[in-house]
Design a protein around this ligand. Structure first.
Ligand SMILES: *Cc1c(COP(=O)(O)O)cnc(C)c1O
Length: 364
């Protein structure tokens, strides 16, 4: 095998990407200011107003450092410590937040619901709620869905509404983990309001980091009652940024001329190209419908090892041979073609005997 030249961009996670130019220039501009801290500044006001404009409603907006904090605090605001939250078994809040939703809610239990392609089956909500109604069971209080999902699929407007119908039937609140919300909007081509408050979402955790900011996700309360004293929750959990403008200014940069959606559409298009190139290779099996910025595929184990040996980074956390290839705002067509070319080449060239097994990374 030839020694590769340096690989510029990987397919491990969209958080491998740097800060996009729009967020970066807003940060630089905010850095020239000498203004009040803790969100009492015009950048934060402007960013929240742009979010209200985007969703075409008078929502309450808070900026926190990351998605885990956004999800955990949003879920904590929905109920009491004896309540439970229903989510898909692959949900980030269940598998990748180290128990933060339980911790910040002082004990709400996360209960898992199954469903194909990373999406909750609405009937599964009913089964979970009806399973028990006694005082010994943590009372279901909220449903959490991820949009786009952890498996790179996207809930349609109808699917979110079907979940809402079940949630309403059983008096449950609806939370949306939107770490990749932008990718879902770009994929569906709908107005953001159509898959959020108009489809019953009470609180959206709107991810900025994977979309191109340096840090900082927005907690967007469409159900404004739930935002009651949320500022205290943020402060107590260490999520009230002293120099808040450096969390909010990038949102101004991203939202003011649509960069958030352009970058997401680009990442989705790169995943679509990768999907097209990989699906033509007979030894590669695509695992889930490609609807956002990820491709999940099963590759022969010797190819996974060889790809890593030539320097590619990606995650394999979904069983034998299952790989996740994630595209970001900075992924180029050239990266995609080079990677797909390496897959094809290594299928033939790489030794079939594997001396070392592929490490089983966790997702990010
Ligand atoms: C990345 C991600 C988050 C947020 O993770 P942080 O590392 O806490 O910012 C939340 N949900 C999903 C589905 C994610 O992929």
């Amino acid at each position: 095998m030839n020694q590769p030249t340096a690989i510029p961009r990987h397919f491990a996670s969209d958080n491998y990407a740097g800060i996009c130019p729009e967020a970066w220039s807003a940060l630089a501009e905010a850095n020239r200011d000498h203004v009040a801290g803790y969100g009492e500044d015009t950048w934060t006001q402007h960013a929240a107003d742009l979010i209200r404009e985007l969703f075409e409603t008078n929502c309450e907006v808070f900026f926190v450092f990351n998605g885990t904090a956004a999800n955990s605090l949003a879920l904590a605001s929905m109920g009491q410590s004896y309540h439970s939250i229903l989510c898909h078994e692959t949900a980030h809040v269940e598998t990748d937040e180290c128990g933060a939703p339980e911790f910040f809610s002082n004990g709400m239990k996360v209960l898992q619901v199954a469903g194909p392609n990373g999406k909750i089956d609405p009937d599964g909500i009913e089964r979970m709620v009806k399973k028990r109604s006694d005082v010994h069971y943590p009372k279901p209080r909220a449903v959490s869905i991820t949009q786009a999902t952890e498996l790179g699929t996207v809930y349609s407007v109808g699917e979110v509404k079907a979940i809402w119908a079940k949630a309403k039937q059983f008096g449950l609140k609806l939370h949306m983990d939107g770490a990749r919300f932008a990718n879902a909007v770009a994929s569906l081509g709908v107005a953001p309001k159509e898959i959020t408050w108009q489809a019953g979402v009470d609180v959206l955790c709107f991810g900025g980091t994977k979309n191109g900011t340096h840090v900082g996700d927005a907690v967007v309360f469409f159900n404004r009652e739930l935002a009651h004293e949320f500022d205290y929750r943020c402060k107590q959990s260490g999520q009230l940024a002293s120099k808040m403008r450096f969390l909010s200014a990038p949102w101004v940069g991203m939202l003011k001329d649509g960069a958030w959606l352009r970058h997401a559409a680009h990442a989705n298009a790169m995943a679509q190209l990768l999907h097209e190139l990989l699906r033509d290779i007979s030894e590669v099996k695509i695992l889930f419908p490609r609807q956002a910025n990820a491709v999940f595929a099963e590759l022969p184990p010797h190819v996974i090892v060889a790809l890593r040996q030539v320097g590619w980074k990606f995650y394999t956390f979904i069983g034998q041979g299952g790989c996740r290839f994630m595209c970001a705002w900075d992924t180029c067509e050239e990266d995609v073609r080079r990677f797909a070319g390496d897959v094809k080449r290594l299928l033939v060239e790489a030794p079939k005997e594997i001396s070392q097994s592929a490490p089983n990374h966790r997702k990010l």
